[in-house]
Design a protein around this ligand. Sequence first.
Ligand code: MBD
Ligand code: FE
Length: 294
Amino acid sequence: DNSDTLKATKTSRFDPAFTDAVINATGPKASPRLRQVMASLTRHLHDFCRENEITVEEYMAGVAMINGAGKMSDAKRNEGQLLTDVLGLETLVDEITYTLAGEAVDIPTATAILGPFWRKDAPVYAMGESIVMNGIPEGDHTFMSGRVLDFDTGEPIENAEIDIWHTAPNGLYEQQDPSQPDMNLRGRFYTGSDGKYNFYCLRPTSYPIPMDGPAGKLLTLLDRHAMRPAHIHFILSAEGYKPLTTQIFDRRDRYIDDDVVFAVKDSLVVDFLPREGDPRARFGLEYDFKLVSY
Ligand code: MBD
Ligand code: FE
């Protein structure tokens, strides 16, 4: 009697038993975590197709979108991640990782998503230097300063690394834009024993995420705009502390409540204040980062 082995092919694909058969094909060597998430993913995907009566044509359009993102997923584009971003996935996973895991309760500086445009090995600058390489004249230069603190004790953290990146006034990160010098508007700084940092950057502008790939095509089909509110990215790291990936957002930006990738959190919204008597900057911005020790 081979009715058991033929079960998967005999069952109607609309029957949940078909989904069980696919899940049960997993072998004994799969790790428990993989077994769990793939069973769940399979159930959600099958239910999604049944609920929406997905056709072959629609399925093929989805496959083409994923293949298209894959083709554009080099270091300059990272289209695969961008695609998940416009669906709110990276923001959701960030929240799950740092909130539901019980970590955000003791990380007063909130996290925000990494996004597709971080680069490793940004130039190391001395405190007080500018990350603006080509003296952008129309840019609103900003003096940013603050401290990196131990959340539990409030004590300054020495030798904390602050890795920063943001877009140029034309809305492009340097790796997207041949007209910018390599590593423009990126930099790393190290705090002294007082935990203080300060540097010059620009007051960033809101900008559209790249629209010439599958993420852009999806936004167009969904009748959605592509704008991110003006933001500056940070990764903070220090020995003995949990690394922090975050972004700060300009309160005055018109997209502050309408971010295409849903990344804004209240505690990360900041005010750029007018700065008097500094020929190098029109705006001042202060922000303290609070890290949690291991
Ligand atoms: C960005 O600049 C960004 O920071 C994120 C998270 C997604 C798309 C473009
Ligand atoms: Fe960004």
